[in-house]
Design a protein around this ligand. Sequence first.
Ligand code: AMP
Ligand code: GLY
Length: 422
Amino acid sequence: MKILVVGSGGREHALAWSIAKSPRIQTVYVAPGNGGTALDERLQNIAITDPAALADFVEQEHVALTVVGPEAPLAAGIVNVFRARGLKVFGPTKEAAQLESSKDFAKAFMKRHAIPTAEYQTFSDVKAAHDYIAQKGAPIVIKADGLAAGKGVVVAMTLEEAHSAIDMMLSDNKLGDASARVVIEEFLSGEEASFIVMVDGKNILPLATSQDHKRLQDNDQGPNTGGMGAYSPAPIVTPALHARVMREIIVPTVQGMAKDGIPFSGFLYAGLMIDDEGTPKTLEFNCRMGDPETQPIMARLKTDLLTVFEHAVSGTLDKVELEWDRRTALGVVMAAYNYPDTPRNGDLITDIPAETPDCVTFHAGTTLTGDKLTTSGGRVLCVVGLGDSVKVAQKHAYAAADLIHFEGSQMRRDIGWRALKR
Ligand code: AMP
Ligand code: GLY
C-alpha cells in the first residue's frame, strides 16, 4: 500500500517513520520531506506542494491515503480539495481548521460550548484595545487572530509590553493579515501540557500525553520557539486529570463542532494550562499534531499506525486500541545558529548515530544533496531517547545528541526537568 504524508518537519518524519513500519506498506511518500526522509529507504520525497498537484499525484500513483502534518495546508483547504475528488485524507477541512487558524473562532466556540478557557475579548480597533488593557492591567496576553508561525502570542508581564504588542500587531501591522484582529485574554498561570487526540468526525482516540518546552534556553529562559524538546508521557496528566480533560474539553469540543455543522476529523491538539489545584483550561487548539511532541509520541507507539489511519478515515476509530511502549521517550531539539530569529542555513551536519532500540533521530530542517547533509531550517533535528525513567531517556537522548555536529548548533540541556522534579 502507498501512503502520502504532507509536510517537511520533524513531525512528518516521525509520522512517516512510524507508518513505514507497517508490513503492508509499499512506499511512504513525503511531500516535500527533508534530508532525513530522503535518507530512509522506505520513504520517498516528492517535490510537490500544491494541493491540486498532490491530488493528481495521489490519483496517478494510486496512493491509498494521505495524512497532512502542518497547519498551513490544512487552513488553506487541502482536505477540501482531496475530499472533493473522492480521495481519502486524514485532517480537518478548512472550516474545521479554524479552531487553530482563527483564535477568535476558537475563543467564541469555547465560550458558546462552555469549554474552560481564559476570559477574552477580540479587537480590531487600536484605541479600544489599548483601553481594554488599561482597564484589565498586567499580566495579560495578546494574540494575533490568524496563523503567525509561532510569533503571534505576546505574554505581557507589564502594561508597557502589552501596549507595545497592540501597536506591533494592530497599528504597525507587523504580522500582516494575521493580526488585523487580536484576542486579548486573561493571563493563566500553572503548568502546560499537550493533549492530543485523533478524531474521525465522531469517535475520539486519545494519544499518549506529552509536554513541550517552548523557550529557547534552559530554565525556560529566552524567546519563545516552536518547541525545543518534548517528552511522553507527561506525569502531570494523571488518570483522573485525563478523564477530566476528556469530559470537560475534548468531548464537548468534538460534539460542539458536530453540532455547529463543522464536524472535526484529524488530530486535535489542546494546549492545556493546569493550575495549582489541578484545574485544566484550554490555552489554544491546534488542528494537527505537535512538533516536537510527535517525535517522542511516535517513538512510543507500538500499534500499526497505517491501520489506525485506515480506521480514522473510515469513521471507525472506536475499533482501535493503541498500545504504547511503557518507557518514557524524550526528544531534544537541535536548532540552527541564530534560531529563532534568522536561522542560518547551509551548515554541514555530521555524525548522526544510527537508530537503536533506545534512540532515534528525526530530521526537520535538513537537506540531503548527494551524500552531504546540511541545515535548512530553524529546528534541525530532534534526537529521541527512550528509557525506563525520564532520567534514563534523557541520558540516552543527550548521549546521542552530543555525538552530532554542525556549526552553531543550539540545544537545551534540561529537557524533561518538570517530570524529573515530580
Ligand atoms: P498559544 O499559541 O495560544 O498556545 O500561545 C503560545 C504560548 O503562550 C503558550 O504555550 C503559553 O506558554 C503562552 N500562553 C498563551 N495563552 C496564555 C495565557 N492565557 N496565559 C498564560 N500564558 C499563555
Ligand atoms: N510544539 C507546539 C506546537 O506544535 O504547536
